[in-house]
Design a protein around this ligand. Structure first.
Ligand code: NI
Length: 134
C-alpha cells in the first residue's frame, strides 16, 4: 500500500546559469532570472510503499515526519536555495533539480520500513514535479 504525507516549506531561488549571458538567461527563465530572486511556498508530497504492519500502519507518521524534517525541511525552510544549499552552487535550483536533490537526501540515510516510492513537489498551484523512485 502507498501512503502519502504532505509537507510545506517556503524558500527563495533565482533561475540563472553562468553558462549563459544575462540576455540568454532572461530569455530562458523569464522573470525567474530576476537578480533579486523570488520566493515560493513549496508543497512536498512524500509517498512511501510497504506492507501494513501489526499496528495497522504502513509507516509510523511521527518517524516519517522526523526523518523528512531532519533531512529536508531544516535545510530548505526560509532559505535562499542558490546561496544556502551548496548543492545549488553548481546546479540551477529549478524544481526539477530540487526534486532530485530531495530524493538523494532522503535515500542517503533512509531508515524506515517502507520504501520511498514517489515524490511530488508543487512549486505553484500550476506547476507540479513528479519523481518516481525506483
Ligand atoms: Ni521560481
Amino acid at each position: 500500500m502507498r501512503v502519502t504525507r504532505r509537507y510545506r516549506f517556503s524558500a527563495s531561488h533565482r533561475l540563472h546559469t553562468p553558462m549563459l549571458s544575462e540576455d540568454e538567461n532572461r530569455k530562458l527563465y523569464g522573470k525567474c532570472a530576476n537578480p533579486f530572486g523570488h520566493g515560493h511556498d513549496y508543497v512536498l508530497d512524500v509517498t512511501v510503499e510497504g506492507a501494513v504492519d501489526a499496528t495497522g500502519q504502513v509507516v509510523e507518521r511521527a518517524a516519517l515526519d522526523e526523518f523528512v524534517r531532519e533531512r529536508i525541511l531544516r535545510r530548505v525552510e526560509y532559505k535562499n536555495l542558490n546561496v544556502d544549499l551548496t548543492e545549488f552552487s553548481t546546479m540551477v535550483p529549478t524544481t526539477e533539480n530540487l526534486a532530485r536533490l530531495v530524493r538523494d537526501l532522503l535515500l542517503d540515510n533512509w531508515n524506515l520500513a517502507p520504501r520511498l516510492a514517489h515524490l511530488r513537489i508543487w512549486e505553484t498551484d500550476r506547476n507540479a514535479f513528479d519523481l518516481e523512485v525506483c
